[in-house]
Design a protein around this ligand. Structure first.
Ligand SMILES: [Zn+2]
Length: 581
């Protein structure tokens, strides 16, 4: 890590790999007082500034870009103390923003047993056994990442696959989407969950239809919390160490800002604002954070407003800011908890249901909007999306507000009639390309549940954009990887890495590389109300940029996910440099 500013020309040797060579020239310097702290030269810079989309070089002073132009122009900013960063013909982009992550959880999850990608139950059991052997004792085994397709016809996990391996040790396994937990009998017992336990307000304790015994599957927050609350919490030092690791991982992947989308799994980034601030005070925060307050149903309370307003006042800077509230109006399609206008295709007795009573949701949205707060609403089913659009429209009408940029998160399905409302109402579509990744979970479970007609509007970012709407991209980490290059490839190809399905999954929604890059940079900055200072490489904006290993505009789109980040610069400081050779 190279973060210090030096008094002499410092030549950064960018790790080779596909990552460039050192610059060793000596050029006449300008008057020292006009000199830049750092210059990036010889790049192929895609600026996202329409006045000058492609150029070669830029100059940085303090945490800002002071000039962008060709090499000759930027050479003039070079003084005796200027750090030279030679991009050697590599692609330079604005720093990427992850518009939807659960950053604290993701960081904590780095230490869990990971079940994603397991091909069947046997592999899950093998991974759990390996983890237990590597972490002996009687501590909880906590894991994440299983998906519904792993259970075939049964569709849902069951304690019986855990009890024989772990008769005494407690096991808690989050599904990849955070909406269903899978626990063993020991964990159910620790939480006192039995046949007699009443159903929680949101979600359900899945029970055997014959015996009424809990099966070990817990749907949605209130049910999952029954077990979570008996699990021991990480210490402060463990949390800080986890955040450190998460921030490092983000910078390595080219991320310079994340939007923390509130609670999803067990913990809310909003409660961790002071941990982020502690990192900032110690100069260890190298990732900008926009952190949402997670507002639970059934209604907005004074104590919520106090917490939101208190945090907004305290955190409003370039590094940590908090003027945003996240609400969740439904669940997910895979477990039939997403709220649909028409019944599910695979089980017509189900339509999902709204987590909020619409009138209470409308009034919460209107009150928060009146205060100038931004809103994120998780809405996956087409009824949930419509409910959010209706509430945003209502808020605009009663408050006469403008340019609030309320967002809908996910939008996995949308009624045809609602697509044009994003543009008309100025509602931002915040979407996660990897959720549309056409693997078994998407094609077998998701598509079966919604049926072909609704699946034909799955993840309709292009239709929303064509109708004048704006979009921003993110990951939903730790639901999927934090790596944005995988998402970028998926939004361009709508195929798996292996190129399946051949024609693409709803190929009409494919975007160009430039359009997807915009969703991760300028579009994301707009969606976080930061486009005046971030999102493109222009004079006066923050010097947040990345140098990458390949020119994604020129290569086969199926290789975009292989992109490696060579250098990540945040606020003018090199916070990550690849040492790959
Ligand atoms: Zn999420």
């Amino acid at each position: 890590m190279i973060t210090g500013r030096r008094t002499q020309n410092v030549v950064l040797t960018l790790g080779v790999f596909f990552c460039a060579v050192a610059f060793a020239g000596t050029q006449g310097a300008k008057d020292a007082k006009d000199a830049a702290d750092a210059v990036v030269l010889h790049g192929r810079i895609y600026t996202l500034d329409s006045k000058q989309p492609w150029t070669q070089a830029l100059a940085i002073r303090g945490d800002k870009i002071i000039a962008v132009g060709d090499d000759a122009t930027i050479e003039k900013f070079r003084g005796p103390g200027t750090k030279i960063i030679d991009a050697a013909g590599q692609l330079v982009l604005p720093g990427f923003v992850d518009s939807h992550s659960h950053f604290f959880e993701g960081s904590i999850f780095l230490n869990r047993v990971h079940l994603d990608g397991a091909k069947d139950l046997a592999e899950i059991r093998a991974r759990l056994t390996d983890y237990a052997n590597a972490h002996p004792g009687d501590g909880w085994i906590v894991g994440t990442g299983w998906d519904y397709a792993m259970f075939g016809q049964e569709k849902m996990p069951n304690k019986k696959y855990l009890d024989d391996l772990f008769p005494k040790r407690r096991v808690f396994l989050d599904g990849f989407d955070g909406h269903t937990a899978w626990v063993n009998s020991a964990a159910l017992a620790a939480a006192n969950i039995s046949k007699e336990t009443p159903e929680p307000a949101v979600g359900s304790i899945v029970r055997d239809p014959q015996t009424g015994e809990p099966t070990g599957a817990l749907r949605e927050d209130d049910a999952i919390d029954l077990v979570k609350r008996v699990r021991p919490e990480a210490s402060r030092a463990e949390k800080l160490a986890a955040l450190h690791a998460g921030i490092k991982l983000a910078n390595e992947n080219g991320l310079t800002r994340i939007h923390a989308a509130g609670g999803h799994f067990e913990s809310n980034d909003f409660d961790k604002l002071e941990l982020y601030d502690e990192l900032r005070r110690h100069g260890e925060l190298t990732l900008r954070m926009y952190v949402a307050y997670f507002l639970n149903p059934p209604e907005l309370r004074q104590q919520d407003l106090d917490a939101i307003e208190g945090a907004r006042k305290k955190y409003s800077g370039d590094w940590i800011s908090a003027g945003v509230v996240k609400l969740r109006v439904d669940g997910v399609i895979e477990s039939h908890t997403a709220a649909m206008i028409e019944p599910y295709s695979d089980d017509p007795s189900l339509k999902g249901k709204l987590f909020w009573e619409p009138a209470k949701y409308n009034s919460a949205v209107a009150e928060l909007d009146k205060r100038g707060l931004q809103l994120f609403t998780h809405a996956i089913g087409d009824l949930a999306v419509r409910t959010a659009l209706d509430a945003y429209q209502h808020a605009e009408e009663v408050n006469h507000s403008s340019d609030r940029r309320p967002r809908i998160e996910h939008i996995e399905t949308v009624a045809a009639a609602d697509i044009s409302r994003f543009g008309k109402l100025g509602v931002i579509a915040s979407m996660q390309p990897l959720h549309s990744y056409p693997d078994a979970d998407t094609l077998d479970v998701w598509a079966r549940n919604v049926g072909p007609e609704r699946a034909s509007r799955g993840w309709s970012w292009k239709s929303i954009a064509d109708a004048g709407g704006r979009y921003a991209f993110g990951s939903d980490w730790p639901v999927v990887t934090l790596n944005p290059w995988e998402g970028l490839q998926t939004a361009v190809t709508r195929q798996t890495r292996e190129g399946k399905p051949e024609a693409g999954f709803v190929p009409s929604q494919r975007l160009t590389v430039a359009e997807v890059v915009e969703g991760y940079t300028l579009g994301a900055a707009f969606a976080g109300r930061r486009e005046k200072t971030e999102g493109s490489l222009e004079k006066g904006k923050l010097a947040d940029l990345i140098i990458v290993s390949q020119n994604i505009f020129e290569i086969d789109a199926h290789k975009i996910s292989e992109t490696k980040v060579c250098t990540t610069i945040v606020g003018g400081q090199v916070v990550y440099q690849s040492d790959a050779k």
